[in-house]
Design a protein around this ligand. Structure first.
Ligand code: 13P
Length: 341
């Protein structure tokens, strides 16, 4: 298959009605934080057990089309010696890989950050592809304060995301482009909308400049919400209205799917917000999920590092995936949370 055909085939597998992506690509410090919260030490073996548990979830592929893995997981195996990316494929779930190297300060832009990892990316992608990865993810973050994100940060981050996406496509790897406007802060939903619109506007200009093929790209944005420390919460209808409005202004119809991150929303909030968006009039793109915490949190809590809890953890993960599958169709109602089916 040539590169274009590979990209198209991967997009068709990732973008399916009623399904979304599971982000299980926590870096070592992040997974240590998640394990710490449930009293589990983050050793390589515990991480292998936990990620095997996720991938062995019966019928995971019913509602999950792709899984984003961390580099370490790509080389790990189940107890019976099956490589984890191979297990994903057997489950009908496309394996992908987080390829950025994390963030650091953006020089001359106090309070802003930039993501590292472009040097040597082409060679790393060749290795990941040989290990089974068919798509990639790269995350840039934007902090909202009274002076951030600066124009410089918005321009520099867009440029990096576009360069990453172009390099992936040249290798036949579908890029997920993740510009995350962080929820931290006291800002209003209107301020989040204005920042998100500026960020996405700049990003799509940069993607165009770098000749990234939008038909072979996925966008993973944050939803438009008030800051975590803002006095008032927004209901799902308001989040949906504000989010879809800025997406319609900035994201070309050629892009097949928008897969939101959960960014610190509770599992119930993330599902309800996605559902509300899918209850609006039809949009040019699919509106789906690529949740980390909002899919995994109940499973992590059910597991608690105990082998006898593996089935309960898998049931919790499956259930969250199923509820988000319903939200893909705008068919989720909060009473399903307690209904058990
Ligand atoms: P959350 O859904 O927990 O925000 O994680 C998604 C992700 O991949 C962040 O990079």
């Amino acid at each position: 298959m040539n590169t274009q055909d590979q990209l198209q085939a991967t997009i068709e597998l990732l973008v399916q009605k009623g399904k979304g992506i599971l982000a299980a690509d926590e870096s070592s410090p992040t997974i240590a934080k998640r394990f710490d919260a449930i009293g589990v030490e983050s050793t390589e073996e515990q991480r292998r057990r936990y990620r095997s548990l996720i991938l062995e979830t019966p019928n995971l592929g019913d509602y999950i089309s792709g899984i984003i893995l961390f580099e370490e997981t790509l080389g790990q195996q189940t107890d019976d010696g099956t490589p984890l990316p191979e297990l994903a494929t057997r489950q009908g779930v496309v394996p992908g890989i987080k390829v950025d190297k994390g963030k650091g300060a953006l020089v001359n832009a106090p309070g802003d950050e930039i993501t590292q990892g472009l040097d040597g990316l082409e060679q790393r992608l060749e290795g990941y592809k040989a290990q089974g990865a068919r798509f990639a993810k790269w995350r840039n973050v934007y902090h909202i304060s009274d002076h951030t994100p600066s124009r410089l940060a918005i321009a520099a981050n867009a440029e990096v995301l576009a360069r990453y996406a172009a390099i992936c496509q040249a290798q036949g790897i579908v890029p997920i482009v993740e510009p995350e406007v962080l929820m931290d802060g006291e800002h209003s939903i209107e301020r989040c909308a204005a920042v998100s619109e500026a960020v996405l506007h700049e990003l799509f200009h940069a993607l165009h400049r770098h000749r990234v093929v939008l038909e072979h790209t996925l966008l993973k944005p944050s939803m438009v919400t008030p800051g975590k420390a803002h006095g008032e919460r927004a209901d799902p209808e308001e989040v949906a209205r504000q989010t879809v409005r800025i997406l319609r202004r900035t994201v070309p119809a050629a892009l097949p799917s928008i897969n939101f991150l959960s960014g610190g929303q509770t599992p119930e909030e993330a599902t309800a917000n996605l559902n509300a968006m899918n209850c609006l009039a039809p949009q040019p793109w699919e509106l789906s999920f690529s949740y980390g915490r909002a899919l995994q949190q109940p499973a992590l809590q059910a597991w608690g590092g105990k082998p006898e809890q593996v089935a309960a953890a898998q049931a919790a993960l499956y259930r969250r995936a199923q509820l988000n599958g319903a939200a893909r169709h705008g068919e989720y109602v909060s009473s399903m949370e307690s209904a058990g089916s």
